[in-house]
Ligand binder design. Structure first.
Ligand SMILES: Nc1ncnc2c1ncn2[C@@H]1O[C@H](COP(=O)(O)OP(=O)(O)O)[C@@H](O)[C@H]1O
Ligand SMILES: [Mg+2]
Length: 212
């Protein structure tokens, strides 16, 4: 059973968007998937409630009352939507639930600043320092040809953490969330640019590079 956690201490950077899309990606690859929501805002569980019955099922787990108790035993993947503002012991406890951590970052000076601190905190967690958990960053809500994206791209390239994908700002994410779907479940003519952008992220998630 693999545990993939999407986290950043900064709110609004796309944690729930990435968590729901990672879950929908793997379920459409034929895997058994659980989505564990650790955020009391419960965006991932809300998304699951919107999911149409005729789509491949994803098991929901409410993680915020402690523990991953109700994860189905047969799950191949547990995708974890982590809460914002996790630091210190709470951060260490969260990291102990995962071997793979994806950190979304927005093209914004405030977010880059906050992420610098967060990545330092992550690297200090023993599980990550000892390489028993792997981390990668993803640029999210990017608009091409903006100076702030150039700054983000340069910033993520310089951090000593693998920078695996750049996802554009697109209404597809909003549409898909509303319908309880991932972008992989939208029609190809609408979503193909997003599918292309996800390829390096899903390749990293499938590869040994994302596993201890
Ligand atoms: N790539 C994207 N394109 C467009 N909107 C996005 C994108 N990623 C996230 N959003 C929107 O940004 C807001 C915050 O994203 P969300 O996933 O809820 O962040 P978090 O879980 O980190 O708080 C939501 O309204 C979401 O629909
Ligand atoms: Mg969220």
């Amino acid at each position: 059973m693999r545990h993939i956690m999407v986290m950043n201490a900064k709110g609004g950077c796309g944690k729930s968007t990435l968590a729901t899309n990672i879950a929908s990606y793997f379920v459409n690859e034929g895997a058994t998937v659980a989505l564990a929501d650790y955020d009391p805002q419960r965006s991932s569980l809300d998304w699951l409630e919107r999911r149409p019955e005729n789509r491949l099922p994803i098991a929901g787990v409410a993680g915020f009352d402690g523990g991953l108790r109700r994860v189905p035993r047969n799950a191949d993947f547990v995708v974890i939507d982590a809460p914002a503002r996790s630091h210190d012991k709470e951060l260490t406890d969260l990291v102990n639930h995962a071997e793979t951590i994806v950190v979304p970052v927005l093209p914004s000076t405030i977010d880059m600043q906050a992420t610098t601190t967060f990545i330092q905190e992550l690297k200090a967690v023993p599980k990550i320092a000892n390489k028993r958990a792997k981390i990668a960053t993803v640029a999210n809500r990017v608009r091409d040809n903006t100076l702030i994206f150039d700054d983000l791209d340069e910033y993520l390239t310089k951090t000593k953490v693998p920078y695996v994908a750049t996802l554009r700002e697109a209404q597809n994410y909003v549409r898909a969330y509303t319908r309880g779907l991932g972008i992989f479940e939208l029609p190809e003519y609408l979503a193909w640019p997003d599918w292309d952008e996800w390829e390096p992220l899903t390749a990293w998630l499938r590869s040994v590079r994302s596993q201890p």
